[in-house]
Design a protein around this ligand. Structure first.
Ligand SMILES: C[S@@+](CC[C@H](N)C(=O)[O-])C[C@H]1O[C@@H](n2cnc3c(N)ncnc32)[C@H](O)[C@@H]1O
Length: 252
């Protein structure tokens, strides 16, 4: 059976969304060419509805529907603000620096809740100093929190997206954590006692295969929210009611 969460279709969702909007805008243009009189906003709403229908029939995830409906009307509205082009250019550069890598990795930036960070700290060996890494450390909040809780531990993080990397690097430098800008798949996991990841379903099968190859017996692989397909965790710690509060723990 195909796992919809990790299928290639899901992996190319942003590309599919862009094509959907292009198709919808072509169809909406046909209406204009057929002589239908309407304002720019009405035209944008029609484009949004067409895009939503295309996305629905193409099997897009439900949360794309709202984005498709809102995209063109928002663009028309934003145009009425008459902002200088430099603002749009600046916003684009900031978004690119923050989320540009997402197109390739299929992992957006969202943060581990404080109570989950605390639960993760409780998982660390209470006696021994351990080495821990956050794969995709975002703004560095997990790794700096762990260092605060256990100053004697070695806390590392890697992050691919430029802006989050710079933020975590700054925060890490103040706390004594080592943060690198690199792809998590290039990290040697054999050096770590605890490997933490809060990513998305897309990289989990590949990351698990890497963890199995490299991690030492007795070390722990911890994934927040995302299980490894067909590999039940040794322990699931529910810190709250939602999936983003579930720590999946495997002991190698
Ligand atoms: C959901 S966020 C989690 C951030 C942080 N670990 C936390 O829990 O607060 C996932 C992060 O992983 C980063 N990421 C995704 N794929 C990556 C890769 N292949 N190499 C390095 N970082 C990656 C993303 O840029 C994003 O910042």
């Amino acid at each position: 059976m195909i796992d919809k969460r990790t299928s290639p279709e899901r992996m190319h969702a942003p590309l599919k969304a862009a094509l959907t909007q292009l198709g919808a805008s072509a169809l909406a243009l046909l209406l204009l060419m057929a002589g239908l009189e309407m304002t720019a906003l009405q035209w944008a709403v029609i484009q949004g509805v067409i895009a939503m229908r295309i996305a629905f029939f193409a099997g897009a995830a439900s949360w794309w529907m709202g984005l498709h409906v809102a995209f063109a009307p928002t663009a028309v509205w934003a145009n009425t603000l008459a902002l200088a082009p430099v603002w749009w250019g600046g916003a684009f550069v900031v978004l690119l620096a923050a989320f540009g890598a997402t197109f390739r990795t299929q992992v957006p930036l969202f943060l581990t809740a404080p109570k989950v960070r605390y639960a993760l700290g409780e998982l660390l060996d209470p006696v021994r100093s351990v080495r821990i890494i956050d794969l995709g450390c975002g703004l560095g909040s997990v790794i700096t929190a762990l260092k605060r809780m256990r100053p004697e531990c070695e806390c590392h993080g890697v992050e691919l997206a430029l802006l989050p990397y710079l933020v975590s690097r700054l925060r890490g430098a103040r706390r004594g954590c080592r943060i690198e800008r690199r792809d998590l798949m290039s990290v040697d996991l054999s050096r770590y006692d605890v490997v933490y990841a809060f990513l998305s379903p897309a990289p989990m099968p590949q990351l698990w295969a890497k963890a199995r190859r490299e991690m030492r017996p007795g070390s722990r692989f911890v994934s927040l929210a995302f299980a490894v397909p067909d590999v039940p965790a040794d322990r699931v710690i529910a810190v709250g009611p939602k999936s983003r509060h579930m720590l999946h723990v495997w002991t190698m």
